[in-house]
Ligand binder design. Structure first.
Ligand SMILES: *[C@@H]1O[C@H](CO)[C@@H](O)[C@H](O)[C@H]1NC(C)=O
Length: 218
């Protein structure tokens, strides 16, 4: 009698405990990362089948080719440079909160760069060079406080260089050459990076001086 009473009391508690454990476990959170990566894949045309191993029914994406996870099965790298991929980026990659390396260089990515990639606060290296990205460099990139490498060269980017990027204190390599940027170069950035970082933007003026607005001529 007593033990039946205990079981009926404890039952719901145990169920709740199991739910909480599942909800909090890394496997489940990496599966949400797998879902984000699968949403990214669904936008792409992949003639060379480089994303063939991206099976969304696996528990997490850590065994997929071109993906690297840390010891807690959280995605820290996407390596898809030179992969002959075509398509647009959506907001989903901004959900990969632990991402450190986003390497999408030399493909045929098009469209604008999603603002919410500025949420990737652990990102160290961000390489989008050699694609067909258009539109402006998002101001939200100023939130990428871990960033050391930012290479956006060889695209079709327009608009001014956001002066907010000057707050990226860890940045060591910046390349925005071969785009169609305009305006002036924020003085802090200009003094930290050599001119080749900015070459081949016919409408981009030199460093900002005096009262000239940074979007002069845009
Ligand atoms: C890239 O994909 C296209 C088809 O879209 C194909 O014709 C071409 O050979 C591929 N290039 C490489 C280097 O694999």
């Amino acid at each position: 009698m007593h033990s039946t009473f205990m079981a009926s009391k404890m039952g719901p508690l145990i169920v709740m405990l199991i739910f909480f454990t599942l909800w909090a476990s890394p496997a489940i959170s990496s599966n949400s990362e797998g879902n984000a990566l699968n949403a990214f894949k669904m936008r792409l045309s992949d003639p060379n089948n480089v994303l063939q191993t991206w099976d969304p029914t696996l528990v997490n994406p850590c065994l997929w080719f071109h993906i690297t996870c840390d010891s807690q099965n959280r995605v820290i790298r996407i390596d898809l440079g030179n992969a002959n991929l075509t398509g647009r980026l959506g907001a989903e990659l901004g959900r990969l909160q632990h991402l450190q390396y986003l390497e999408l260089y030399v493909n045929n990515f098009q469209g604008t760069i999603p603002k919410n990639l500025g949420n990737l606060k652990n990102l160290v290296s961000f390489d989008l060079y050699g694609n067909k990205f258009k539109g402006e460099i998002p101001k939200s990139f100023a939130k990428l406080k871990s960033l050391i490498f930012l290479r956006l060269d060889n695209n079709k980017l327009t608009g001014p260089i956001p002066r907010e990027l000057d707050s990226l204190s860890r940045l060591e390599v910046l390349d925005v050459s071969k785009n169609d940027l305009c305006g002036t170069i924020p003085p802090g950035l200009f003094s930290r990076f050599a001119p080749p970082s900015f070459y081949n933007n016919p409408r981009l003026k030199g460093p900002e001086k005096g009262p000239v607005p940074y979007n002069f001529g845009c």
